[in-house]
Design a protein around this ligand. Structure first.
Ligand SMILES: NC(=O)c1ccc[n+]([C@@H]2O[C@H](COP(=O)([O-])OP(=O)(O)OC[C@H]3O[C@@H](n4cnc5c(N)ncnc54)[C@H](OP(=O)(O)O)[C@@H]3O)[C@@H](O)[C@H]2O)c1
Length: 300
């Protein structure tokens, strides 16, 4: 692919790991950058893998992880802010720092992973930070590419394993009526898209939204997981106002199981918008959730 290594920030995370794998399989040297970088368990002697200790809140370690790289991906996440890390520090300042330092290192190709629905007008601090982060990246590096996946699934994901956990309950609470539409996308398909975006020819599009082949209501996804697990359960509609109250109560806990931002996210459809680049533009046919379930959720 390209000559120097490609630095994958967040290369030990769920999406980052899949990106690293696809890049290595394509014969590319990859530098895994994270606060606690580690080789993947599939790594073999001779794989072109480097490790870099980097915190995108820190100028020197971020610059060092980019030194000599030919391209970079920002797959760093923060879903729940902590005392040490705010949405602003990671999704806006961190993303902006990475892009600015990439530009200084003469790296033209940077892919910033964001999320569908990023807008500065949301009442979610998370969604607003994602939008401001995208703008800051493009400001520093106008040829950067923004990739917004819908909810990711795959073996070892958080999404399906959480739903599978819910199927153990006698009654499964829904977000509202469970009508929110999602477009679950296989993590490997998003990683394959990244390979295209980092390779030749350079795309003219700057914004991609990546969703799977099926738009599904939340309740339909739960029904699918229930059928897969051969369980019969009632789904219980719970108004969003109740979820917001629960999230407010949970916010005093050190590791809240539910946050206000997550509730807001579940109130909006998370589906690909017309007018953005999609899998079609990259010549990729994404796989369906229905067919992937046995691979993602083996029998308990
Ligand atoms: N998962 C989904 O369903 C989904 C859907 C849409 C969009 N996305 C987006 O996809 C991206 C990746 O998400 P993910 O679910 O794969 O994340 P993840 O599994 O939580 O992994 C996060 C990665 O970021 C690294 N990291 C965290 N803080 C860091 C920091 N300050 N500096 C450097 N590295 C840091 C972590 O390693 P260390 O802890 O060792 O630093 C880890 O490698 C995010 O932008 C996310 O919003 C995810």
């Amino acid at each position: 692919m390209t000559r120097g290594p490609i630095t994958v920030f967040g290369g030990t995370g769920f999406l980052g790991r899949a990106i690293v794998r696809e890049l290595v399989d394509a014969g590319q040297t990859v530098r895994i950058a994270a606060r606690h970088p580690a080789l993947p368990d599939w790594a073999e002697d001779g794989d072109q893998l480097e490790l870099a200790h980097a915190d995108i809140r820190d100028e020197a370690s971020t610059a060092s992880a980019l030194a000599g790289a030919s391209a970079a991906v920002n797959a760093v996440s923060l879903y729940v802010p902590t005392r040490q890390a705010s949405f602003e520090a990671i999704h806006v300042e961190g993303a902006s720092r990475l892009a600015r330092l990439a530009r200084r290192a003469d790296i033209e190709r940077l892919v910033q992973i964001s999320g569908i629905g990023a807008t500065p007008h949301s009442d979610s601090a998370y969604v607003r930070a994602r939008a401001r982060g995208e703008a800051a990246v493009l400001d520093a590096l106008p040829r950067a590419i923004i990739v917004r996946p819908s909810v990711l699934f795959g073996p070892g994901d958080a999404f399906l394993s959480t739903l599978a956990g819910l199927t153990r309950l006698p009654l499964i609470p829904l977000f509202g009526q469970g009508e929110t539409r999602l477009q679950p996308v296989h993590v490997v398909d998003v990683a394959r898209a990244l390979i295209r975006l980092l390779g030749e020819p350079l795309t003219e599009r700057r914004l991609f939204e990546l969703g799977g082949p099926d738009v599904m209501r939340y309740r339909d996804i739960l029904e699918l997981v229930l059928a897969h697990r051969k369980r019969d359960r009632r789904l219980l509609p719970v108004p969003f106002v109740a979820w917001r109250t629960l999230a407010a109560l949970a916010s005093v806990l050190p590791n809240p199981p539910l946050t206000r931002d997550q509730v807001i996210l579940m109130q909006r459809d998370n589906i690909v918008d017309d007018g953005t680049g999609t899998f079609d533009d990259l010549g990729i046919t994404p796989r369906a959730l229905r067919e992937s379930l046995p691979e993602c959720l083996p029998p308990p």
